[in-house]
Design a protein around this ligand. Sequence first.
Ligand code: GTP
Ligand code: MG
Length: 193
Amino acid sequence: MSLVDWSHEALAPLGLRRKEAKILFLGLDNAGKTTLLHILKDERLVQHQPTQFPTSVELRVGKIEFRAFDLGGRQIARRIWPDYYAKVDAVIYVVDACDKERFAESKRELDALLSDEALAKVPFLVLGNKIDIPHAASEDELLYHLGLTDFTTGKGKVNLADQTVRPLEVFMCSVVRKMGYGEGFEWMSQYIK
Ligand SMILES: Nc1nc2c(ncn2[C@@H]2O[C@H](COP(=O)(O)OP(=O)(O)OP(=O)(O)O)[C@@H](O)[C@H]2O)c(=O)[nH]1
Ligand SMILES: [Mg+2]
């Protein structure tokens, strides 16, 4: 156990446990949210049924320790998303980059999230998933279809003091190939206190 883990555990009984970050995994059904969560959790690739009920799991990715909420993306599941918007530290919005017919629907849901008062300052990591499939949209195409071309805030290191706009970036990834999302998490970790 590292010193960091030790001090973290040692503080727990004193009620001084550092606040755990809360991250919502959102996006349309079939985007790959549950698959990603399970790979982050135990490195295992599992075939999942569409998520019916909200679940949450504690995770550590790099230096971020957080509770991930997987709320499911089917129409009926989306209705309860707003119940989870309080005290969110980040949103990971997953898009199936191959499902071009649903880009408009995905944009509508993303726009609703971005304009929700409760999430106004929350960093958004948009993951364009399934780039292992040959006809997947490119990053530029996805940016265009999601209406984000002029709204991303930069992938590099940021000076938080200069930050006046909500952090938002798109990273293309393949959850099944375990590639791309790591850079996204690294970017996001800059904004999680
Ligand atoms: N080719 C490919 N398929 C993927 C990838 N990630 C997920 N999938 C597949 O996409 C399908 C949907 O994945 P899920 O993780 O269940 O999707 P979800 O976003 O949790 O969907 P809901 O629970 O309905 O909201 C599954 O068949 C996955 O195997 C990927 O990177 N590449
Ligand atoms: Mg799911």
